[in-house]
Design a protein around this ligand. Structure first.
Ligand code: ADP
Length: 882
């Protein structure tokens, strides 16, 4: 292998770092490019500055336009508002009533307020001061004028109202006068007609004379009345005209005519009938009042007309004011417009100049860029880079001998040097590659040899695989059969078309299920169960329909897929079964042997015990027998000695009394006492010996059918009365609960009576003992006897609420001679004998339950089918003698 001897990049970097650190400063490509770009960018910066300057200038002009626009508009509005006021003012003057006047006045006031507001807006702006002062002055006058006009109109309306009222009075007076004159004229006309009729019918000159006289009188009366009526109406008409005329001159004429007409009507009134005259003159007086004087209609109308005249003057003044105002406002608007036009012109010129400057700068910038690209980039950098690129292409094409341009001191020169380094390295690399290819050829040879070796091994493995004892099949990631051996095919009886690379696990399992490989179960269900969770390891056994037992093991393959291994374990299973059977048989045998052994042990223990008891019985009988004779002698001779002592006392009595033999009497008394004790204890000993003899004798009586309840009753009476006779203080409540219909039971009645007497005696003793210990209280001594027919046996329970027994007493209860009673009161043989009778003779059982200080209960079970148990084979029981 050759070693790489080319120049490393570290060396190159070191060379590059040295670049530009020469003795004097020589700018590199980077610095020069930077300078070129800075030059180009300089124009851009200038262009931007020019644009910004132009924008700012235009902005300032627009601001001017903006500030001037508002006052111009406001001026226009002021002018329009003033016009509206002037237009509305005549309507105010012409208002016919107060409501109309108020409506117009309120409209005017609103408009005036609006005008003032606008004026304030103008003030805020920088409107021309002189013009503004004029406008303000005009507006002030306008408002003053309007106020005066309003006041004037008010007065005019009052005057108009007064005239109206007087006009109505004129008409009323006219009506009254008509009502006064009309009936009068009617009567006169009646008289005229009557007189004319009489004249026509008059036959005589005298009647004719009379009639014509009356006619003349009536006509004379009618004429002044009619004249008065006419003249009155004329005055009324004149007054009506005076109240409405608009002409001052006509008003003066009317006043004159009125005066004359009134005089005429008064003159005519003088000719009227005396009765009518005063009434008519009163009416004429009313008219005179309305025609003459300061408050009369003509005077009032004159004042009203003067007011109208004044109003018109005010309106005219208003109009001139408005003209002045509009003029001033127009001047103001014109000034603003002038400013706006100036500003717009300025902005346009700035924009034009800015555009020209920008175009010039852009052109300059383009020219500079072209110069830089052409002179520097093109001629200096690109040419050298192209030369360098050619060098590199030559190296890449394998022409490693081609020279590389590397003169100069900038980055391109450094690059040229780097390419030179690469060229040298490439030459070195070529050498190395040559060495590598030789090594690769050697490696290839090795691989070929190894492959051949592997092929050989694979064949060996295949043979081994096919001859394996286990059937093996492998499924790939997609659960397709990947490999299997002959044994697999044989074990599962698979045809050649049932195996193959196309067969999936599903097909395989379905094939097996369908041909009943999994028994009677539903094929689909089996397939589903067996294709579930294939990625888990699994071990199972299965018996094939032909009885072969297969052990199936599934192992997942890392990376997917799994292997199934089938082993025929029929033989192993059979051997296991046989072994299990053998083991079971052995276990059974061992159990039988154990039972037999236990029985043997029990029998042995029983035998030993029986033997012990038998020898104890014999011993007891022997001892008792041997003791009985000497005891008889002792008893007999003691009794005899007592009797003799009595006789001796009788014989020696007088002599001793004479002799003063106190001492002898004492001795005899003592002797007599001693003999008494001997007799008493002798009897006890006799009792014990009798008991011992009884005990050793065992069962003796005949078995016979016995009524259990009767037997129990009898024994209870006997025991109770016997105990009472010995201890009259004793008082126990006896409770009997005797089962009904208990069939007679086969037993030895005397023996069972003995047992019962013993149990009752013990119970009475225990209750009495407790009574003595307790001395009073609520507790009552009780003895309960219960009998029950339990079918195959009869149960007798004796329960007392006496002292009860501690466990240590219970443990020794049936041991011969065990007693807790004081000397002379118990022998300790009662329960021992009872046990013998019940358990040994009658094949029954005795159980005890007790709680110290509370109760004791003995339960005797006497079976109906008595298996007679030999007295020798006694089974030990709880507390039984061991
Ligand atoms: P004895 O009555 O002569 O003492 P037993 O064999 O009849 O002999 O009784 C043995 C002992 O069992 C008694 O001394 C007594 O302590 C105890 N015993 C028997 N029956 C009862 C009972 N009902 N209540 C309390 N203790 C009893």
């Amino acid at each position: 292998m050759g070693t790489f001897t080319g120049v490393t990049l570290t060396e190159l970097a070191a060379e590059a770092a040295g670049l530009g650190r020469g003795a004097f400063w020589r700018p590199g490509v980077r610095t020069r490019l930077l300078l070129a770009f800075l030059a180009i960018s300089g124009f851009s910066v200038l262009a931007a500055a020019a644009a910004i300057y132009a924008f700012r200038q235009v902005g300032a002009r627009i601001e001017v336009v903006d500030t001037q626009l508002a006052p111009a508009l406001t001026s226009l509005e002021v002018s329009r508002s003033a016009e509206r006021i002037i237009a509305a003012a005549p309507a105010l003057l012409a208002a016919a009533d107060t409501a109309r006047r108020d409506q117009v006045a309120s409209g005017l006031r609103t408009e005036l307020a609006r005008l003032n507001e606008r004026l304030l807006d103008l003030n805020r702006g920088e409107a021309e001061a002189a013009l503004l002062a004029t406008i303000e002055q005009s507006v002030t006058w306008l408002s003053a004028n309007l106020a005066a006009l309003e006041d004037l109109v008010a007065r005019r309306l009052v005057a108009g109202d007064g005239i109206g009222r007087q006009r109505r009075r004129v008409h009323e007076t006219q009506d009254e006068t008509q009502r006064l004159l009309a009936p009068w004229l009617m009567v006169i006309e009646g008289q005229i007609e009557g007189s004319m009729a009489a004249l026509r019918q008059a036959g005589t000159p005298s009647t004719m004379e009379d009639a014509s006289q009356r006619l003349l009188a009536a006509i004379a009366a009618q004429r002044p009345a009619q004249a008065a009526q006419r003249q009155f109406s004329a005055v009324v008409d004149m007054l009506a005209e005076a109240s409405t005329t608009d002409q001052e001159r006509r008003l003066q004429v009317l006043a004159f005519q009125l005066r004359r007409a009134l005089r005429e009507v008064e003159a005519t009134a003088a000719e009227l009938d005396g009765r009518l005259q005063p009434l008519f003159l009163a009416q004429v007086a009313k008219l005179r009042e309305l025609s003459e004087g300061g408050d009369a209609i003509p005077a009032a109308r004159r004042r009203e007309l003067a007011l109208v005249r004044e109003g018109a003057a005010l309106l005219a003044e208003n109009a001139s004011l408005s003209a002045g105002l509009t003029d001033a406002v127009d001047q103001l608007a014109a000034a603003a417009k002038g400013d706006i036009a100036r500003a717009t012109r300025d902005a346009l010129s700035v924009q034009r100049t800015g555009t020209q400057v920008l175009i010039a700068l852009v052109l300059l910038s383009l020219a500079t860029s072209v110069l830089i690209v052409w002179l520097y980039v093109g001629r200096n950098i690109v040419r050298r880079l192209t030369a360098l690129g050619d060098g590199m292409v030559a190296i890449a094409a394998g022409r490693l001998g081609a020279p590389v341009a590397a003169e100069g001191s900038d980055e391109i020169a450094a690059m040229g040097r780097a390419v030179e380094v690469f060229r040298r390295n490439a030459i070195e690399l070529d050498r190395l590659l040559e060495e590598r290819s030789q090594a690769a050829a050697r490696l290839e040879q090795q691989v070929r040899e190894r492959t051949a070796e592997l092929e050989r091994r694979r064949a060996v493995l295949r043979v081994t695989f096919d001859n394996m004892e286990h059937g093996v099949v492998m499924f790939d990631v997609e659960h397709r059969m990947a490999a299997w051996n002959q044994r697999f095919q044989d074990l599962l009886d698979l045809r050649d078309d049932q195996v193959g690379l196309a067969v999936t696990y599903l097909d395989f399992v379905r094939g097996l299920a369908e041909r009943g490989e999994y028994g009677e179960a539903d094929a689909d269900e089996e397939v589903r169960r067996r294709t579930d969770a294939l990625d888990r390891a699994f071990l199972n056994e299965r018996t094939r329909p032909d009885g072969t037992v297969l052990e199936i093991r599934r192992n997942p393959v890392p990376g997917g897929g799994f292997v199934l291994i089938y082993a025929d374990i029929t033989e192993r299973k059979r051997a296991e079964r046989e072994m299990a059977a053998a083991r079971d048989a052995a276990a059974a045998a061992s159990r039988t042997m154990e039972a037999a052994y236990r029985e043997l042990k029990a029998a042995q223990a029983s035998l030993v015990h029986a033997e012990k008891m038998a020898s104890l019985g014999q011993l007891t009988a022997g001892i008792a027998h041997e003791l009985k004779n000497p005891l008889n002698f002792i008893n007999n001779f003691a009794s005899l000695a007592q009797e003799l002592l009595v006789e001796l006392k009788e014989e020696l009595g007088p002599a001793l009394a004479a002799d003063g033999g106190d001492e002898a009497s004492d001795i005899m008394a003592t002797l007599s006492g001693n003999l008494g004790k001997i007799v008493e204890h002798g009897r006890r000993a006799d009792g014990i010996i009798r008991s011992m003899l009884l005990h050793s004798r065992g069962g003796s009586g005949e078995r016979q059918e016995t009524d259990v309840n009767a037997l129990v009753q009898e024994a209870l009476n006997l025991a109770y009365h016997g105990a009472r006779s010995q201890n009259p203080e004793m008082n126990v409540t006896l409770e009997r609960d005797l089962g009904k219909d208990i069939a007679p039971l086969e037993m030895v009645p005397q023996d069972i009576t003995r047992v019962l007497l013993n149990l009752f005696g013990n119970a009475l003793y225990a209750t009495d003992k407790r009574r003595r210990e307790e001395r009073g209280g609520a507790w009552r001594p009780t003895l309960t006897v219960v009998t029950r027919d339990a079918g195959d046996a009869v149960e007798i329970r004796v329960r007392d609420n006496g002292t009860g027994m501690p466990p240590e007493v219970r443990a020794k209860l049936f041991t011969p001679f065990f007693t807790t009673k004081p000397t002379g009161e118990g022998t300790g043989l009662g329960l021992s004998i009872s046990y013998d009778i019940v358990v040994q003779q009658h094949g029954g059982s005795i159980d005890v339950d007790s709680e110290p200080g509370a109760f004791t209960e003995f339960t005797i079970r006497l079976p109906r089918t008595t298996q007679r148990v030999a007295s020798a084979a006694r089974e030990p029981a709880d507390g039984a003698p061991a």
